[in-house]
Design a protein around this ligand. Structure first.
Ligand code: SF4
Length: 484
């Protein structure tokens, strides 16, 4: 999958990654390292808040983790043995500084920093009620809705106030907070977004993915359960499950693309899951060809699985340039169209005269796939067959993944034949939804009680879309003006 630069618009994007650590003298430095490992979950902004027993300190900024946390001075200023951090992908063109997390507020009970990965589906409705009752919002982030709900709660303890607040929100979230006493991690009742618990010597960690534990030499303890609140304080880890239990629905797209392949989610290796999807795809959609070529990097594990199952050579027919910055200026359409070659180049020596199976993880708008196919053909490929390791993305996501509107999704606009023509391939096939579930180790998709969230493929949204039903999904940025 292509990421960065001008190719970004043609991808689904994870919107955030979270990390929190309690009980380590180098809390801020370890948080920065953890955020490095989560960089794929958000590249537009990063922030850390630390607490040293007396005061909170914060550093946030636009850009990559390395743009914000490579100076010793910055890390030293974030003193204390507890810290939380966040990486964020901006859903608008501009990153508003006031939206960069973690957010921090002074409450009656003291300070609290808070950040989350996900999206509240009744954000607009709650915000409107809060504003009517006198809450003054400073950002357009839905995290701030949670902050105001905590502020207006009449419960006594931080955890009770958070529980009270979260009972009112609908949506998908994995949340990490830092109070004067504890680091708190919460996963929404359906567990749509991932969150894991880890340990490093005597310190405890909550974070989006296990790769953030690996980078600091930490050990994986367990997944935070859907609907669970873990409170990490001086007495160790305490767990409460105050929400009504509902069937779990982890985002299946985490396995297909979002999570890092070296992470393990809910007991499944992401890398192995991707290879199994590739194998299943080869069984479902075989084709006579000479080589299997991944669209790097994220198409690689599925292509390996496909090649192994098909008994065909796996070749790196497209080479990715890893050193392209993200701030490429695109002055004209002509230059912008060259963007895809900035990141990827066809490996002519491998492609010339060959019948090629290209494996990618998804097709969103189809513009990037079209360019890749053209590049492979120009390099002399005799035939190009495309195999996609996800079902067609037919519906937008409202649970924390940035997606274009439904009208812009290729699979919503065209049938398979039209898509084949549009992309310019000799054949095109997607893994079926049943095949995807089989690759995940299930017998198939249980229609009455699906095991994962798969709404962007099926339209079966497991959490009510209160704001969307009011036509209020994309108005967050103008809401301040509306309600001022
Ligand atoms: S709609 Fe798709 S991307 Fe969004 S949470 Fe569900 S499976 Fe994941």
């Amino acid at each position: 999958m292509l990421t960065g630069g001008g190719a970004d618009a043609d991808r689904f994007h994870e919107e955030c990654g979270v990390f929190g650590i309690y009980g380590h003298p180098d809390a801020a430095a370890l948080t920065a390292l953890g955020l490095h490992a989560l960089q794929h979950r958000g590249q537009e902004a990063a922030g850390i808040v630390a607490y040293d027993g007396e005061q909170f300190s914060a550093h946030r900024g636009p850009g990559l983790v390395s743009d914000n946390f490579s100076s010793k001075d910055v890390i030293q200023r974030l003193g204390g043995s507890a810290a939380i951090g966040h990486v964020r992908y901006a859903t608008t063109g501009e990153v508003a500084l006031r939206n960069i997390q973690p957010l921090f507020a002074d409450f009656e009970f003291g300070g609290l920093a808070i950040c989350h990965n996900g999206n509240l589906t009744n954000n607009y409705q709650l915000r409107r009620q809060l504003v009517r009752r006198g809450s003054l919002f400073q950002s357009t982030s839905d995290t701030e809705v949670i902050v105001h709900l905590i502020a207006t709660s009449l419960k006594d303890t931080v955890v009770d106030r958070m529980t009270d607040a979260l009972r009112q929100v609908e949506g998908a979230y994995s949340l990490v907070a830092l109070s004067q006493e504890a680091v708190i991690g919460v996963r929404d009742p359906l567990g749509v977004r991932p969150l894991v618990l880890g340990k490093l010597a005597d310190a405890w960690i909550v974070t989006s993915e296990t790769c953030a534990l690996d980078i600091i030499g930490g050990e994986f303890v367990r997944d935070v359960e859907p609907g669970e609140i873990v409170i990490i304080g001086p007495g160790g880890v305490r767990s409460v499950k105050p929400f009504t239990k509902v069937p779990e629905r982890l985002c299946v797209f985490e396995y297909i693309y979002f999570a890092r392949p070296d992470s393990v989610l809910e007991g499944r290796s992401v890398y192995e899951a991707r290879k199994r999807i590739g194998r299943e795809l080869a069984r479902e959609a075989p084709v006579d060809a000479d080589i299997v070529v991944p669209v790097p990097d994220s198409g690689v594990p599925a292509a390996l699985g496909y090649a192994a199952e098909a008994g065909l050579p796996f070749e790196l027919g497209i080479i990715r340039n890893h050193y392209v910055g993200r701030t490429f200026i695109e002055p004209t359409d002509q230059i912008r169209n060259l963007g895809v070659r900035l990141k990827h180049n066809a490996n002519r020596a491998d492609l010339e005269g060959k019948r090629v199976i290209l494996v990618d993880d998804s097709i969103v708008r189809g513009t990037t796939s079209t360019k890749i196919v053209e590049m492979v053909r120009n390099a002399g490929a005799r035939e190009v067959h495309m195999r996609i390791s996800s079902p067609p993305t037919n519906f937008p996501c409202f649970y924390g993944i940035a997606t274009p509107s439904r009208e812009q999704l290729l699979a919503a606009r065209f049938d398979l034949e039209q898509m084949t023509k549009y992309i310019g391939v000799d054949s095109l096939a997607f893994i079926s939804i049943e095949g995807l579930y089989r690759a995940m180790g299930e017998e198939g998709r249980s229609a009455g009680r699906p095991q994962f969230c798969d709404a962007c493929f099926t339209g079966d949204y497991p959490i009510r879309l209160a704001d969307a039903d009011e036509g209020k999904v994309s108005v967050q940025l103008s809401l301040l003006a509306e309600t001022a």
